[in-house]
Design a protein around this ligand. Structure first.
Ligand code: 2P0
Length: 324
């Protein structure tokens, strides 16, 4: 049968998501989050329905793998949509290192649900696809939308209101992102394990949840009014507070290496010398520098010189995921 392709960009949270609410398997976030979707770091996923298959087959970057989360989500969607009558081959390709703190699960699950929707002609609305993507990975719902996106925590137990909303599209405020890669092998502790362990053992976790939920409106205001200085303060604080909650877990969850810390200092120095830039970090040792338009190149040059930085990757903001 005909292969169908979809793409989705990775996204980087400025106000972080770290931990779940509720006990079910709907993967509901404990707090809302705010992210930017990237253009150059993307996943392209091809889905080919095939009546001759006796099960779904998944490959990532050309290698066949048994990814339980992917296969479970596909079965769950098949149970909900009669149009998904046959099994399918799913081929997913990332344009960046997998599982190194670059949110490959976000672009991956977003591209997956879009490719399934297109291949089986489900014609599901974006909110519905976002709920499926969220079940795959909490951050993935954000990659369905471009530019600046706010993911809502929601209140409902069935998760219908835990969905993303676009705040600005990618052309409305074309910030630039530079990622300093300080390690290329897969990280030691996955996001899911890291956040579950933080929830279970960190005495700082409840304070994190309370505070993070409170700053979302202010961060949204800073984005809509293009207030870069305020967005810088709120974003750096959210990233460091997320890591502080993880560092306070027992045993501690520590995602940084020495080079990560040097990058944070370099970005602070760049800002003091007049560059429009702030940092953020996720569940891995890479450092992301978010820059005002026109500032990305000099920031990339400086980060490349930080000891331990193996390479830098630059990206514009990008549109939401789509069929290609
Ligand atoms: C974020 N991260 O907001 C946060 C900050 C990592 C650090 O969302 O368990 O892979 O699959 O829902 O989406 C990464 O967590 O976790 C993430 P699951 P996910 O971007």
């Amino acid at each position: 049968m005909t292969p169908t392709r979809a793409r989705a960009g990775a996204n980087i949270a400025l106000i972080k998501y770290w931990g779940k609410r509720g006990a079910g398997d709907l993967n509901l976030p404990a707090t809302g989050s705010i992210s930017i979707t990237l253009n150059e770091l993307e996943t392209v996923t091809t889905v080919t329905p095939d009546t001759a298959l006796s099960g779904d087959v998944f490959s990532l970057n050309g290698a066949l793998i048994e990814d339980a989360r992917v296969l479970r989500l596909v079965s769950r969607m098949r149970a909900a949509y009669p149009a998904m009558a046959s099994y399918c081959r799913i081929e997913s390709v990332n344009s960046f290192p997998t599982a190194a703190g670059l949110a490959s699960s976000a672009s991956g699950f977003a591209a997956l649900v879009l490719a399934l929707d297109a291949a089986f002609e489900l014609q599901a609305p974006t909110d519905e696809l976002a709920r499926w993507a969220r079940i795959g990975s909490g951050s993935a719902a954000r990659s369905l939308l471009g530019g600046f996106c706010r993911m809502h925590r929601g209140q409902a137990q069935d998760g219908h209101d835990a969905i993303p909303e676009q705040l600005l599209d990618h052309t409305a405020w074309p910030l630039e992102v530079v990622v300093a890669i300080t390690q290329t092998q897969a990280k030691g502790t996955s996001s899911r394990k890291g956040m579950t362990h933080t929830m279970a053992t960190s005495p700082y976790y409840s304070a994190w949840v309370r505070h993070n939920e409170q700053v979302l409106d202010e961060a949204e205001k800073a984005i809509v009014s293009r207030d870069f200085d305020r967005l810088s303060e709120l974003s750096e604080a959210s990233a460091l507070q997320m890591h502080a909650s993880a560092l306070a877990a027992e045993p501690a969850v520590l995602y940084w290496n020495g080079s990560s810390v040097e990058c944070l200092h370099a970005i602070r120095e760049l800002r003091q010398s007049g560059h429009g830039v702030f940092f953020t970090m996720d569940a891995g040792p890479q450092v992301k520098a978010v820059c005002l338009p026109g500032h990305g190149e000099s920031v990339a040059t400086r980060l490349q010189q930080v000891p331990g930085v193996q390479s830098v990757v630059s990206s514009a903001l990008g549109p939401g995921g789509c069929r290609i």
